[in-house]
Design a protein around this ligand. Structure first.
Ligand code: SF4
Length: 292
């Protein structure tokens, strides 16, 4: 099986067998995201997908976890997805779960029954970027979805029995928008009540000036380490989720943390406060070790 590069998957899918159902992202317009900028979105021909699945079932027949790539395989017609999932289930008898990235608009377009039929075929975890719960900021970054659509799409998937792994991006609102971004993002995360919630931190590298001046109207200033910790604090203190694995271990973050909410909320806040006190906590990731 040959992959069409670049190929992305969440860190937690490191041991999953990946099948590319689609190439690129059907939206591909978010300003902060360069993942699929060099790819034109397309659904791969069925014959190629079928060949990959059958070939890999001979090589790794004991596969338990499968990840569907690229950016949003749920953009594909449900009948096509069912055909794909049925073949994966038939060829991998020890299969436990199938996961994929999902965009809010994909979820809005699928009915509850369609999502249930995918769940019945072991589609289990959907990774969805909330990015921010701030309506104005969502528009600015060209997410292509409102907070209502993000919440409703995610809730529908949860109602269908799927597990949602969601994330927000610290720093998206810059210094000026930091507080509102944190508070509004917590409000949206609470409304979704996901099973997994993670934070990433915006890293722009050589695109900082471009993002700042051309795209964000010239008044955008990237948050620094301490401002990122403060934003994380504002976010976590408002989280009220019922049972959620929370993590900031992604390499872009300054402070790697994890725990289960709500039980570990105070412990997580104490660790953030400790790091905020002097910015020298041994847990803080040095700038040179940060990455995407
Ligand atoms: S929907 Fe996701 S993959 Fe597509 S452009 Fe936006 S962030 Fe990138």
């Amino acid at each position: 099986m040959n992959y069409d590069m670049p190929l992305y998957r969440p860190p937690s899918e490191g041991r999953s067998l990946i099948f590319q159902i689609t190439l690129g992202c059907s939206w591909n317009k978010c300003l902060f995201c360069g993942m699929y900028k060099g790819k034109r979105f397309q659904v791969r021909p069925w014959e190629e997908i079928e060949k990959d699945i059958i070939e890999m079932s001979w090589i790794v027949p004991d596969t338990r976890k499968v990840f569907l790539a690229d950016g949003d395989p749920l953009a594909v017609d449900t009948a096509f997805l069912i055909r794909t999932l049925d073949l994966i289930n038939a060829r991998f008898p020890r299969l436990e779960r199938i996961s994929a990235y999902a965009g809010p608009t994909n979820l809005m377009e699928k009915s509850l029954d369609e999502l249930k039929s995918l769940r019945e075929r072991k589609l289990d975890i959907l990774y969805l970027g909330i990015e921010t719960g701030n309506e104005a900021l969502l528009k600015k970054i060209c997410k292509g979805a409102t907070t209502r659509e993000i919440i409703d799409g995610s809730r529908k998937a949860i109602d269908a029995g799927l597990r949602m792994s969601t994330f927000i991006i610290l720093g998206l609102g810059g210094v000026e928008g930091s507080y509102d971004h944190a508070k509004d993002s917590a409000r949206v995360a609470n409304a979704i009540d996901p099973q997994f919630l993670a934070c990433l931190t915006l890293m722009l590298g050589q695109y900082e000036e471009f993002y700042e001046k051309k795209l964000m109207g010239g008044n955008f200033k990237l948050i620094n380490k301490m401002q990122s910790l403060q934003e994380l604090r504002w976010f976590v203190e408002d989280l009220e989720v019922s049972d959620c694995k929370f993590g900031t271990e992604h390499a872009s973050n300054y402070l790697p943390l994890n725990g289960r909410l709500p039980d570990d909320k105070e412990k997580i806040l104490d660790l953030i406060d400790g790091a905020l006190k002097d910015g020298k906590s041994g847990m803080l990731r040095p700038e040179w070790l940060r990455g995407l």
